[in-house]
Design a protein around this ligand. Structure first.
Ligand SMILES: NC(=O)c1ccc[n+]([C@@H]2O[C@H](COP(=O)([O-])OP(=O)(O)OC[C@H]3O[C@@H](n4cnc5c(N)ncnc54)[C@H](O)[C@@H]3O)[C@@H](O)[C@H]2O)c1
Length: 382
């Protein structure tokens, strides 16, 4: 079978997301499966060029995976022959400047979210990318989670009747870094470095909610529950960013969504994120992988009586949605779609404008918190 190589500059591959989800679970996984089979029968073969700040880390990482293309010089990477795509998984604050360079070099761009740390920056990038005629995309991985794909299947099949409300719980305890190492990087807890859970998670909630119905307004209360943490070098620092957010969103059709996002809560759930959708005909609880439903005809009739212990096993009254298909890693699925978009012009809807909509919700969420009010979410036009 004919094989066609495509050079991909991957910036930020020494980081958590860049390494695990994008290099290992996406690009190297595509190579392990023999490449990406295109419509004309060609196998597309991604050739990553690893970019980062630390020579030692890059050398080690490349050697570990039998790769030889790496550099700490982004301009040099972009100038290499065969490079067509730039990918960015750096800290959010470093993103815009690097993407601008890639666009100027005429590369197609795929990036982690948030696209920028404010809406103005995100829209300027989207406009620049369009004017330059490059193809662009933003990671929207939650859409490709098995649990949310099952939820989408239910929506598309009309399971819910009229959807009334959505309740989301996301979060887990992120250690402070003193007596146990923190499992997230310290920049996440510093506003001046692009941290904060609203900027991080509202980008995701935008596309998760829009897939149910268009988001029309936001109210949010943020909090910095843990004001001091300890960084990667064991040094205490002041947490200047929100580590929890309590949001209410109005969607088209009168649907009310509430989502709690927290790095300061302990998990008493089945998965790290769960969404309950209640409709007139039935309800569903979707997580990362699972999705359970209760149809109207199967709904029990509990009666409030605090004098007696609960006699019903409420969780047992739900039914599990079957997989009915094989789910691949969501990051890899979206990578494959973006590469098809670049090479054979396949449709791809998660472009920089979609990324900007995520940043818009985060920005309005922060404003709603600051001003203590409900804010409408205007439609973003191209
Ligand atoms: N899609 C998702 O579910 C998801 C999840 C977590 C993070 N993210 C996003 O991915 C990006 C990276 O997050 P992460 O958790 O992998 O972070 P990380 O700290 O583990 O990695 C950050 C990367 O950026 C590089 N970098 C460049 N300039 C830097 C600077 N000035 N300071 C520190 N690092 C710098 C680092 O070398 C490293 O490779 C962020 O934009 C974040 O919002 C997305």
């Amino acid at each position: 079978m004919a094989r066609k190589s495509i050079g991909i500059v991957m910036n930020g591959v020494t980081g958590r997301m860049g390494y695990r989800q994008h290099l290992l679970r996406s690009i190297l996984a595509i190579r392990e499966q023999g490449g990406l089979r295109l419509a004309d029968g060609t196998d597309l073969w991604p050739e990553p060029v690893l970019v980062g700040r630390s020579e030692a880390k890059l050398r080690d990482l490349a050697a570990r995976h039998g790769l030889d293309a790496w550099t700490t010089d982004l301009d040099e990477a972009l100038a290499r022959p065969g490079v067509e795509v730039y990918f960015d998984a750096q800290v959010t604050g470093a993103r815009v400047a690097a993407i601008r360079k890639a666009v100027a070099a005429g590369k197609h761009v795929y990036t982690e979210k948030p696209l920028a740390d404010d809406l103005e920056g995100a829209l300027a990038l989207a406009k620049l990318a369009d004017e330059s005629g490059i193809k662009h995309g933003v990671v929207q991985d939650k859409l490709f989670l098995p649990g949310l794909l099952k939820l989408k299947r239910l929506i598309d099949g009309g399971f819910f009747g009229r959807i009334l409300s959505v309740r989301g719980e996301f979060g887990y305890w992120v250690f402070e870094g003193d007596w146990q190492e923190a499992q997230r990087p310290s920049w996440n807890y510093r506003a001046e470095d692009g941290g904060g859970i609203i900027l991080d998670m509202f980008c995701h909630w935008r596309y998760v909610l829009d897939a149910i119905a268009q988001v029309r307004s936001v109210q949010a209360l943020g909090a910095t529950h843990v004001p001091e943490r300890v960084d990667e070098d064991g040094k205490p620092y002041e947490a200047t960013a929100d580590d929890a957010a309590y949001g209410i969103f109005e969607l088209d059709g009168g649907i009310v969504a509430q989502i709690n996002s927290s790095w300061t809560t302990r998990v008493f759930r089945d998965e790290l994120v769960e969404f309950q959708v209640d409709g007139t005909e039935g309800s569903a609880v979707a997580g990362l992988r699972r999705c359970r439903v209760q149809h109207r005809s199967m709904t029990p009739k509990p009666v409030w009586n605090p004098d007696l212990p609960a006699t019903e096993d409420f969780r047992a009254q739900w039914q599990e949605i079957p997989d009915n298909t094989v789910f691949d890693n969501g990051f890899k699925t979206q990578w494959e779609m973006f590469l098809r978009h670049v090479t054979e012009d396949a449709p791809f809807s998660w472009d920089f404008y979609a990324g900007a909509r995520g940043v818009q919700l985060a920005e309005l969420g922060l404003q709603a918190w600051r001003e203590g009010r409900r804010i409408e979410v205007p439609e973003l036009r191209r």
